[in-house]
Design a binder for this molecule. Structure first.
Ligand code: ZN
Length: 156
């Protein structure tokens, strides 16, 4: 294991121990909200992830989740939450991050992930070499994607 891998392992462990975004959604008055339950039968991971979007600006104003599962699934959901809390993203920008994450995680380590788009999520790049764990890493992102679609439908 390289020093860099060790650093990434630590980051993942840290996020799984002290998850960001875990709890109830605190949606601002008048916000559009969406919630999605996602289950990964191959590992038993599950998550309920909710978002709140300002109908006027289209920005994701809030994100929260509840879930249980392996450390990769929980760390990935936590990192995703951090990403969307650090900077207010539009629905389209959030979808762009989901796409970038999926591309990285399905690349089997062959593409260089965009750290500007993915932040700490690049730490999960190593997961792409383990086919069985890809669904674990994708869990929260798939739920977010479903929420974004729900909101897009509500906005019309
Ligand atoms: Zn898992």
């Amino acid at each position: 294991m390289s020093a860099l891998d060790g650093l990434y392992q630590e980051l993942i462990l840290d996020h799984s121990k002290r998850p960001i975004g875990k709890g109830e959604l605190d949606a601002p008055e008048g916000a559009l909200t969406a919630s999605h339950h996602e289950y990964n039968p191959s590992c038993g991971d599950e998550i309920d992830l909710s978002i709140a979007v300002d109908p006027a600006t289209g920005l994701v104003e809030g994100l929260a989740w509840e879930g249980q599962g392996c450390s990769i699934s929980m760390a990935s959901a936590s990192i995703l939450s951090q990403l969307l809390r650090e900077e207010k993203l539009s629905v389209d920008e959030a979808q762009e991050r989901v796409d970038a994450f999926r591309e990285m995680i399905q690349s089997r380590g062959e593409i260089e992930p965009d750290e500007e788009l993915l932040g700490d999520a690049v730490a999960l790049q190593g997961v792409s070499k383990f086919v069985m764990r890809i669904k674990c890493a994708m869990l929260g992102w798939v739920a977010l994607e479903a929420d974004l679609k729900q909101v897009a439908t509500q906005r019309g």
